[in-house]
Write a protein that binds this ligand. Structure first.
Ligand code: ADP
Ligand code: MG
Length: 387
């Protein structure tokens, strides 16, 4: 089924700060680095926590596994790491099955939320640990540890004990330890979860930068959609043991394929109603008030069925007079206006619906006031209708 050549992936110089990024990419065959083929997992023999996983991880990409708690993200990562084995299916690395390869032979770098450093070892010895167990010569170890500490901007901190560093610095030591032995794949499970917001956002940018510099493949688990969107090339959205959608971040945000993804990734304003006329890719949304809008019929809902429509708040255009010529508008009243510095966020009451959010650029010219009647124009391509 899979005939990609297996290429040697050891002994490459990835933790190298030469201008090219110091990377000799492990493979030129063009196949995925990792393939999950029909993978399932049950812990109790009854319920599948990973129901059916077919996933290709491309070389050099930053892939996030995003989803609510209990959706199967960690289980998926643990199967890739080798700490859990699939109940069914196969995991392939460079085209060769690794499903029964023990973790230490997979040679992946790992950073977990509570993947503690050795408290009694210096920072440098912590980072050196993966090299020591691999019996790398002493002289090489010192050079590579220095390089790795430089990479995570901890030069001069090598002699300290972990307890003498801040949380963010400790997490960077864990990262240096995961990268120092030049793994082709780095697995991270909520590595920034324990940090405060400011540090977390700072580390997100550093991780992204490091990924770009090294060209190593990152698989990153998070339940935080903002984090996934900021850092990733692609995001796999998990729910209920299944990937609901896997796509580059912009595509995921602009074109969610079902109501779960639409609701989980990014802010949305939601409208419920039934389908009126349906015609190929588009259909009418009939609201309980009788108002009719036209949008994209994402899952080909049939006329008369109950549907949920979503639109990104920045795509809604509020008008003070009814936009007769434009059509596709719903009547509302402004109930709250929040100033966000770069935009205004309006909360609007819509008859028979949950409150609608509208994001308005400050330069927009419209000066809404609380209590005002508005018409919310939703251009047809941005109204996505899901059964
Ligand atoms: P996530 O990382 O998305 O929060 P997990 O993969 O940790 O999800 O968990 C998926 C489901 O599997 C949950 O219902 C969880 O309770 C269950 N689960 C996870 N690990 C184990 C385990 N070692 N034994 C039994 N059940 C587990
Ligand atoms: Mg988890």
């Amino acid at each position: 089924m899979n005939t990609m050549p297996h290429e040697a992936t050891q002994g490459r110089s990835q933790v190298d700060s030469s201008p090219s990024g110091g990377l000799t990419r492990s493979d030129r065959s063009g196949g995925p680095l990792v393939r999950f083929a029909g993978v399932q997992k049950t812990y109790d023999g009854l319920s599948l926590v990973v129901r059916s996983l077919d996933l290709d991880i491309q070389r050099g990409e930053f892939l996030s596994l995003l989803g609510p708690s209990g959706s199967g993200k960690t289980t998926t990562l643990m199967m890739l790491a080798g700490f859990e084995s699939p109940t069914a299916g196969e995991i392939l690395l460079d085209g060769s099955p690794i499903t029964r390869t023990p973790p230490h032979k997979r040679n992946f770098g790992m950073v977990f939320q509570n993947y503690a450093l050795f408290p009694h070892l210096s920072v440098a010895d912590n980072v050196a640990y993966p090299l020591t167990v691999r019996k790398v010569p002493k002289g090489d170890i010192a050079t590579r540890v220095a390089k790795a500490l430089d990479m995570v901007q901890l030069v001069g901190k090598g002699e300290r004990l972990p307890g003498q560093l801040s949380g963010g610095q400790q997490q960077r030591v864990a990262l240096a330890r995961a990268l120092v032995f030049e793994p082709q794949l780095v697995l991270m499970d909520e590595p920034l979860g324990a940090l405060d917001k400011q540090l977390r956002e700072h580390m997100q940018i550093e991780l992204k930068e490091l990924h770009r510099k090294l060209g190593v493949t990152f698989v990153y688990v998070t339940h935080d959609q903002g984090e996934a969107l900021t850092m990733s090339d692609r995001v796999a959205v998990f729910n209920d043991g299944l990937i609901q959608q896997i796509a580059p971040v912009e595509q995921l945000y602009e074109t969610p394929v079902n109501r779960f993804v639409a609701g989980f990734v990014g802010d949305s304003t939601l409208l419920t109603g039934t389908v009126g006329q349906a015609d190929g890719d588009s259909c009418e949304l009939v609201l309980p008030t009788g108002e009719r809008l036209t949008g994209l019929n994402i899952n080909r809902a049939l006329p008369g069925t109950q549907v949920l429509a979503s639109v990104r708040p920045e795509r809604i255009e509020p008008c003070l007079v009814k936009p007769e010529a434009l059509g596709n508008a719903v009547q509302a009243a402004v109930t709250d206006i929040i100033y966000f510095g770069d935009h205004l966020r309006l909360r609007c009451a819509v008859n028979g619906q949950a409150p609608a959010t509208v994001k308005l650029p400050l330069a927009g010219g419209l000066q809404p006031v609380v209590g005002q009647a508005v018409w919310l124009h939703i251009p047809q391509p941005y109204l996505r209708i899901y059964h």
